[in-house]
Write a protein that binds this ligand. Structure first.
Ligand code: PHE
Length: 450
C-alpha cells in the first residue's frame, strides 16, 4: 500500500516544541490559543469600520456567507498542514516540495506587514486606557482622535509599548498568560460587550443603527465590497499568514482539528456581531458617519462611556480587556516569524524577539506617522497605514490562502475522509478544497483588484 504523503512527513519530521508549542499540546489550551488568535482587533475595531465603509447590511451578508461556506476550508487546511508537517511555515512548505519554499516566506512577511499597522491600533488602546484611568474629560472624541494620532512622538511611543508587550509575552513564559487571557478575560470581555449592547440599544435612534446593520441595500453591491468582505473574513479568522499553521504544528497526533475549526469560527463571528450591534446604534444615535474609517470605534465607544455613570471605570475595564484580546492576537502574528527564526536558523527565542522588534519598528513607525507628518505620502491613493491594511488583508492573505488550498488539496492530498465522519460532507470538503475555494479566491481577487 502506498503511504499517504502526510504520514510520511509525520514520520520524517520530529516535533520541535517552543514554549508556545508546549502550551498547545493540550487540546483545550490549543483551542483557547487559536480562538485567542482569531478574536482581537479584527472583530472590535476592523469589522465595524470596514462594514461602515462597504454599505452595512449587504456587506454583512456577503461576509457571513463567506465565513460559513468557504472560510471553513482554508482554516481547516491551514491547521492540518501545520499538524501534518510539524514545521514552522517555511519548513512546512519546503517539506511538501522545495519549490514551495518561497510561499513559506510569504507568510512571515505578511505577518510582519500586518504587525506594522495592527500594533499601532494596540497603541491607541493603551492611550485610551490611560485616558480612562486619569478620568480625562474630552469634549469631542473626533477631534481628540485626530489630535492624538497626529502627534508623532506619543503615537510612536504607544505603538512601540504595545509591540514591546507582545514581544515580551512571546519571549517569556506565555503559557499562563494566554490561558488566563482566554479563559478568564475573554468571557469577561463578552459580558462587558453584552452590557454595552443593552446600553447602546436603548440610546435614541438606535433603531437606525440596527437597520443599517441588518436591512440590506442591494444598490450598494460592488466588486470591491466582495474583496473587502473576503479580506475581513480571512483577517478576523487569522487565515493566510501562517498563524494557524504554526499553532497547528504544535498539536499532537490524536487531536481532532474539525471541532477546533468550528469553535474558532463560532466564537469569532459571535464577537464580531456583538461589536457591530454595540457600535452601529451608537453611531446613528450620536450622528456619526459609519464610513468614517479606522477611527470609527475609537470615536464612538468613548461617547457611550461618557453617558454611563462612572463611565471611566467601565471604559478602563473595556479597553483593558480589549488590550488582552489584542495581545493574544498580536502574539499569534509574531509567533510566525519567531518560529521560523528559532526552528530554521536556530536562534534563541530572545534573539529572535529582539530582531523582530527592530524589523516591525522599521515598518510600523512610518505607518504611525502616516496620520501625522507623513499623511501626504500616498501609495495607491492610500496613506501608509491604509495601504498596509489593504495589501495584507485584500491581497496577501487571499493569495496565501489560495496557495494553501492548492498545496493542501493537490500536493499534500489532504482528504476529508481522514477528518470528517460524514461521507457526503467529506466529499464536499474535497471538492471545495481542490476546486471551489481556489476558483472563488481567484475570482474575488480578480474582480476586486481590476
Ligand atoms: N484575527 C486577528 C484579529 O481579528 C488578527 C490576526 C490576523 C491574527 C492574522 C493572526 C493572523 O484581531
Amino acid at each position: 500500500m502506498v503511504m499517504p504523503t502526510y504520514i510520511f512527513l509525520i514520520l520524517k519530521n520530529p516535533v520541535l516544541f517552543s514554549q508556545i508549542g508546549c502550551l498547545l499540546t493540550s487540546r483545550f489550551t490549543f483551542i483557547l490559543a487559536a480562538v485567542g488568535s482569531a478574536v482581537g482587533l479584527g472583530n472590535i475595531w476592523r469589522f465595524p469600520y470596514i462594514m461602515g465603509q462597504n454599505g452595512g447590511a449587504i456587506f454583512l451578508i456577503v461576509y457571513l456567507v463567506l465565513i460559513l461556506t468557504i472560510c471553513f476550508i482554508p482554516l481547516f487546511a491551514e491547521l492540518a498542514v501545520g499538524k501534518i508537517t510539524k514545521k514552522e511555515c517555511i519548513g512546512a512548505y519546503e517539506s511538501i516540495n522545495p519549490k514551495f519554499k518561497f510561499l513559506g516566506f510569504l507568510n512571515p512577511l505578511t505577518g510582519i506587514l500586518i504587525s506594522s499597522f495592527y500594533f499601532i491600533v494596540g497603541g491607541w488602546i493603551i492611550d485610551y486606557i490611560y485616558l480612562s484611568i486619569a478620568d480625562t474629560k474630552i469634549a469631542d472624541y473626533g477631534d481628540y482622535f485626530g489630535f492624538f494620532t497626529q502627534n508623532s512622538v506619543s503615537a510612536c511611543a504607544f505603538t512601540l509599548i504595545f509591540l514591546l508587550m507582545c514581544i515580551l509575552f512571546t519571549a517569556r513564559g506565555v503559557k499562563k498568560g494566554i490561558e488566563f487571557a482566554n479563559y478568564v478575560l475573554m468571557p469577561l470581555f463578552a459580558v462587558i460587550l453584552v452590557c454595552l449592547i443593552i446600553f447602546s440599544l436603548n440610546l435614541p435612534n438606535a433603531k437606525l443603527g440596527l437597520e443599517y446593520m441588518f436591512k440590506p441595500d442591494f444598490s450598494k453591491i460592488n466588486a470591491q465590497m466582495f474583496l473587502a468582505a473576503l479580506g475581513q473574513a480571512l483577517f478576523t479568522l487569522s487565515i493566510g499568514m501562517g498563524a494557524l499553521l504554526t499553532y497547528g504544528s504544535y498539536i499532537k497526533e490524536d487531536k481532532n482539528i474539525t471541532k477546533s475549526t468550528y469553535t474558532i469560527i463560532f466564537s469569532d463571528t459571535l464577537f464580531a456581531l456583538m461589536a457591530g450591534i454595540m457600535i452601529f446604534p451608537a453611531i446613528f444615535s450620536f450622528g456619526l458617519e459609519p464610513s468614517s474609517g479606522a477611527g470609527l470605534v475609537f470615536i464612538t465607544i468613548p461617547q457611550i462611556f461618557a453617558q454611563i455613570p462612572h463611565g471611566n471605570i467601565v471604559s478602563a475595564a473595556f479597553f483593558i480587556l480589549l488590550l488582552a484580546a489584542a495581545i493574544t492576537s498580536g502574539i499569534s502574528i509574531i509567533e510566525v516569524p519567531i518560529a521560523s527564526m528559532v526552528e530554521r536558523w536556530k536562534l534563541t527565542r530572545g534573539k529572535a524577539c529582539l530582531i523582530l522588534f527592530c524589523i516591525i519598528s522599521v515598518f510600523s513607525i512610518p505607518a504611525t506617522l502616516s496620520f501625522g507628518i507623513l499623511s501626504g505620502f500616498k501609495i495607491l491613493d492610500k496613506n501608509i497605514f491604509d495601504f498596509l491594511d489593504f495589501i495584507t488583508s485584500s491581497v496577501l492573505m487571499p493569495i496565501n490562502a489560495l496557495f494553501l488550498c492548492i498545496i493542501a488539496g493537490w500536493f499534500l492530498k489532504i482528504r476529508g475522509e481522514h477528518f470528517i465522519q460524514n461521507k457526503i460532507i467529506a466529499k464536499l470538503f474535497d471538492i471545495g478544497l481542490k476546486y471551489v475555494v481556489p476558483i472563488i479566491l481567484i475570482a474575488l481577487l480578480y474582480i476586486g483588484l481590476k
